[in-house]
Design a protein around this ligand. Structure first.
Ligand SMILES: Nc1ncnc2c1ncn2[C@@H]1O[C@H](COP(=O)(O)OP(=O)(O)OP(=O)(O)O)[C@@H](O)[C@H]1O
Length: 351
């Protein structure tokens, strides 16, 4: 088995919120570990506020993790580049933001964004280089002279991907890259990501709350709930045989176009009840999962689709590690990220 390109170990992120008089800590990400192999798309799915963007922002070094390791090619960059990421790290790990409108400054032509990315990372911004990167993302060379408002949302997101690609990254962190796009152009961006994986061996972390697109695009899927990873593995295995009550709840919201009546509000209500009901799901009010951490174990072997889940309900009794967790705040409130500022920070804070 080949080494993963990037490994995350025990990643934890706390935010301080509130006023000077009522400071409190919000744990947005708690002890998360996973690998991102080259040439694979890994989807990170979960509802709003579950901590997906915080993970991406920690990996892009826009946020400083509170604890954990981020190993790029086996080297813990949080130790070796403690204060801020090196230029080499930023070149290898690029981020594409959700908002294709906010991430491109309207006063500049497209050529400016790509030239700037190339120059910042030490590549000559030749006409040939610009043409190549535009062609790769399915845009024409004449669009280099356009302003962002002259392009469609889908085209703008392709420019954002082109900007990331210009520096020849090995990992792209794509945070809801299609959620602001019209359905008709979404699939084009998803297909572009797939092509980049296949042709350039790029690793991708695809963050989404759209399970349909995760199923369409991803090789591996990880499910995030309240700051923790609860289930993961082969994308089809997770989607076809979800083991965690929360994954089943998420999937129950996705209608199957080939199956009439597949969106069943009564079934969805039952699943929600299963999560909230202390006798059926320890994530509920009896708090088993907040007192003792469920260990990862494998499910679905009997159906030939093994993947992992962290759930007391699914654990054989012998598997349950009775490790007492520190009391942690659960995520609350809304994140306020400014895409334009983030883009600028991601570009310019290279050491
Ligand atoms: N800068 C911040 N300051 C305080 N709390 C934050 C900050 N950024 C995120 N959070 C909190 O951390 C939690 C996780 O937020 P995050 O944006 O990572 O979730 P998400 O799963 O990406 O949601 P969405 O899909 O809505 O973007 C939320 O409760 C959020 O309010």
């Amino acid at each position: 088995m080949t080494e993963p390109l990037l490994s995350v170990r025990g990643l934890t992120k706390d935010f301080q919120v509130g006023t000077v008089f009522s400071r409190r800590r919000v744990r947005a990400v708690n002890d998360v570990s996973f690998d991102l192999p080259a040439g694979r798309i890994t989807a990170l799915v979960g509802e709003s506020g579950s901590g997906k963007s915080t993970i991406a922002r920690c990996l892009a070094r826009l946020e400083q993790p509170s604890a954990g390791q981020v190993l790029l090619d086996g080297e813990d960059v949080l130790r070796t580049e403690r204060r801020r990421a090196s230029r080499a790290y930023r070149r290898k790990v690029q981020m594409v933001f959700q908002d294709p409108f906010g991430s491109l400054n309207p006063v500049h032509r497209i050529e400016h964004f790509l030239t700037r990315a190339l120059v910042l990372h030490g590549h000559p911004a030749t006409t040939e280089a610009l043409r190549e990167v535009m062609t790769t993302v399915g845009l024409t060379e004449d669009m280099l002279q356009s302003y962002p408002h002259e392009l469609s949302g889908g085209q703008r997101q392709r420019v954002a991907i082109a900007r990331a690609l210009a520096v020849e990254p090995r990992l792209i962190l794509a945070d809801e890259p299609t959620s602001m796009l019209d359905v008709s152009v979404r699939v084009g961006v998803l297909n572009l990501m797939r092509r980049l994986r296949d042709e350039r061996d790029i690793a991708m972390l695809y963050i989404t709350h759209d399970l349909g697109s995760a199923r369409y695009l991803a090789d591996t899927t990880m499910v995030m709930f309240a700051g923790e990873l609860v289930e993961g593995g082969d994308a089809l295995a997770v989607m076809d045989a979800p083991a965690h009550p929360y994954t089943r709840l998420l999937l129950s919201a996705v209608p199957d176009p080939e199956q009439a009546g597949s969106y069943d509000p009564a079934e969805r209500a039952r699943l929600r009840e299963e999560i909230l009901n202390p006798t059926s799901c320890p994530y509920g009010a009896d708090g088993t999962c907040s007192r003792t951490e469920p260990v990862r174990h494998i499910v679905g072997e009997d159906q030939g689709q093994p993947h992992w889940v962290r759930c007391h309900l699914r654990a054989p009794a012998s598997d349950i590690a009775r490790r007492v967790l520190k009391a942690t705040d659960r995520p609350a409130g809304e994140a306020t990220h400014d895409t334009a500022k983030d883009t600028e920070k991601a570009e310019t804070t290279a050491a």
